[in-house]
Design a protein around this ligand. Structure first.
Ligand code: DGL
Length: 280
């Protein structure tokens, strides 16, 4: 048994896809969420910057005496190094392996699409993880960076015309791939516009939600390690963001389906300390 909270982070709202599923699967767990809304997006930045931000994000979570770190961010997970993941001193998971496992289990044809940020798709992380599990798989990638600001700005209603137009532009890349039966939502922001993406394919394709797949992996890991929390009352979730808490709260509330109230705290970016490359 371990009653310490699970630490979850993302560049913004995307990691809430993992939080929502964690709360459903493991209602007794406390969660500390960190969304770096002051510096989103991460996915159009270079690898070193993403790793430097991730190091700060994890160090912030570590101050909350967490038992595990979940990088609920496809971008961070795609460039994460073993050294950085180990440096945090508690078990770590990203979204790549759990999502690749779920996609391989879902696909019959072995033709699997991946959409994510530019950094994620260009890293080839999901393609590698899929082929490690299923060497005959054909993986087709398409960066969809504009989905991230659309989600952060609340353009998530199923019929939103702007998001639908952007989806058409991006997803038409798969029009000539009739064998593709599974699509990895390799950015955790994307499940917030799940219906718009599914609608483009007329719901014929299995969409793999990286946040959900990762939450299921965390459940399995904590169970196996004997690290689940045990308490009488439901666990609590605290949210920390680096920009206006109100903006985060209103989109988060629509997605999670319940008000976040005073559980959202704003912390100035300066409080995260110096970026790793600036430390001497
Ligand atoms: N939610 C993120 C991901 O899974 C980050 C998007 C971004 O910051 O560009 O990739």
């Amino acid at each position: 048994m371990d009653n310490r909270p699970i630490g979850v982070f993302d560049s913004g709202l995307g990691g809430l896809t993992a939080v929502k599923e964690l709360r459903r699967l493991l209602p007794q767990e406390d969660i500390v969420y960190f969304g770096d809304t002051g510096r989103v997006p991460y996915g159009s930045r270079g690898r070193d910057t993403i790793l430097a931000f991730a190091a700060q994000d994890m160090a912030f979570l570590k101050r909350h005496d967490i038992k595990m770190v979940v990088s609920a961010c496809g971008t961070v997970s795609s460039v994460m190094t073993d050294q950085l993941a180990r440096s945090i001193g508690v078990p770590f998971t990203g979204v790549v392996l759990p999502t690749a496992q779920a996609a391989c289990a879902a696909s019959t044809t072995g033709v699997i699409g991946v959409i994510g940020t530019s950094a994620t798709v260009h890293s080839g992380s999901f393609a590698r993880a899929v082929r490690n599990i299923r060497s005959d798989a054909r993986v087709l990638g398409r960066p969809c960076p504009l989905f991230v600001p659309l989600v952060e700005n609340g353009y998530i209603a199923p019929g939103n015309p702007v998001t639908k137009l952007v989806a058409q532009e991006y997803l038409s890349a798969f029009d000539d791939e009739p064998e593709m039966d599974t699509l990895i939502l390799g950015c955790t922001h994307f499940p917030l516009i799940y219906d718009i993406i599914a609608d483009y394919f007329h719901y014929d394709i299995t969409l793999i939600d990286s946040g959900k797949a990762t939450a299921r992996y965390v459940e399995g890991f904590l169970t196996e390690q004997g690290m689940l929390a045990r308490r009488e009352k439901p666990g609590e979730t605290e949210y920390y963001v680096t920009d206006a808490a109100d903006d985060f709260s209103s989109v988060a509330q629509r997605f999670l389906g319940s008000p976040l109230g005073d559980q959202v705290h704003r912390i100035p970016i300066e409080e995260l300390g110096a970026l790793p490359q600036e430390r001497k």
